[in-house]
Design a protein. Sequence first.
Length: 313
Amino acid sequence: MHGAPRPARRLALGAALAAGSQWLSASAQSPSPAAPKPSASSGRVQNAPPANAPVKLGLALGGGSARGFSHIGVLKALDEAGYRADVVAGSSAGALVGAFYAAGFSPWQIEEVALKVRDLDVADINSANKRGMFAGEALQRLVNEYLRQQPIERLRLPFCAVATQLATGEVVALRSGDAGQAVRASCAIPGVFVPTVVQGVELVDGGLVSPLPVRQARALGAHFVIALDVGAQPRNNTGAGLYEVILQSFEIMGRAITQLEAQQADLLIRPDTARFSSTDFNARKELIQAGYEAGRASLAELARRLPGRARKA
């Protein structure tokens, strides 16, 4: 592992943030032993709360490689203002941050973890399998250790990690079972990580088909969805090497889908991440600050759109 090239180790952490069980489900129920049937995502679903019932606030956390750190800053700003989500859906980077948030970690606790984790903690070189440079087991293990081995259904908030079925290209919503494996699947960039096998089905990065999972947040019961788009228009950073080319390609593919999914959100927050490379993991603090500033800037509009929703600390 210590012999792995530094760009490769950076990419592994990026893949864990990018794109970041016997447990496939298109509903909140536990899956049956039969082969899973992934849920497709298309069109807008608008939930309305029952009369006199509180509005359920949902978060849709998108992918963005290193830019995924800015999720944490947005969450800090929302929490300070008293806005705490009832359900969370995440894709790629958003699945990683979202799992911790759904487990009850405060944004400041998530920040502490994010600043502590090293690329070596998730970069498990896989020489035995030619389908990916990294196995992904280290990422799965790291998430489960922090979450104390809790399955998704035992997390404090309903949570969904979005992945892609490799054979069909369908969206798969991981809503129960092994939380670490769900995050691993959602972050499995093809060619970088070996596909994650869940109930005999190979899953790869959720950002391929749903980089901003608004619909999945609504499927969890959200009436009002805040979408956090931490990506950016692709920059010309392809000259650095193979790893940067891969992530640049993902950004190019994902932007059009992200724009469509963003239209389904009730409120869209876009941190200014364009000045940061998607592989710049030395800018974690700056990215978190960019998210915080975007979150603060959104509060007036959020209060207008969702009056009386903020909770007192």
